[in-house]
Write a protein that binds this ligand. Structure first.
Ligand code: SF4
Ligand code: SF4
Ligand code: SF4
Length: 167
């Protein structure tokens, strides 16, 4: 059993119930949610094909969403530069519109197991531990890049959509 699977198995009795509905996280550099529905149906998903991290998924409705399951956003600007419809633009706010939070009921460290898997990939040093345990994310430092999410062996890092966009 892989280490991640083992942690997932060990943490399963205290895991909270699954999210009831999927949260759609949009790419960075957007200003108006309505623009996705209005413009993306006439585009071949240029933002997705330009993303070297391959984290932009084009949905059935042809609008893009971010998938943090394998990687995160480097804020490289490529998706905004590729968007010919002006939905994504360097003129707009940069950061991905979500709060990244550690679920204290499923996090191994909050159960007393030493783990720094999320801390290492965080270039912002936004994940703070108290005496090597009980990590929390400093929202003032976090850029919502998502790199910590796929590194957590117990899937304990949650994404909260500031826009509350149900699927
Ligand atoms: S800024 Fe770069 S890494 Fe982030 S979603 Fe856009 S293309 Fe991908
Ligand atoms: S490149 Fe722009 S118009 Fe095309 S799918 Fe992405 S956000 Fe929509
Ligand atoms: S989402 Fe926030 S806490 Fe996680 S790696 Fe990025 S900056 Fe750090």
């Amino acid at each position: 059993m892989e280490r991640r699977e083992l942690f997932s198995f060990l943490s399963s009795p205290i895991k909270g119930k699954k999210e009831d509905k999927e949260i759609i996280i949009r790419p960075p550099y957007f200003d108006n949610e309505d623009a996705f529905a209005r413009e993306c149906s006439n585009c071949d998903g240029l933002c997705s094909s330009s993303c070297q991290e391959q984290i932009i998924i084009i949905q059935d409705d042809k609008t893009p969403k971010i998938d943090f399951s394998k990687s995160g956003c480097t804020y490289c600007d490529d998706c905004a530069n590729a968007c010919e419809k002006g939905v994504l633009s360097l003129e707009f706010k940069k950061n991905i519109l979500s709060d990244i939070v550690i679920n204290q009921t499923t996090c191994m460290s909050w159960s007393g197991v030493m783990c720094f898997s999320c801390k290492d990939p965080c270039l912002e040093d936004a994940i703070e531990f108290k005496a090597m345990f009980m990590p929390t994310i400093n929202q003032d430092k976090c850029t919502s890049c998502g790199f910590c999410i796929s590194r957590c062996p117990s899937y304990a890092i949650d994404i909260k959509d500031k826009n509350v966009q149900p699927s």
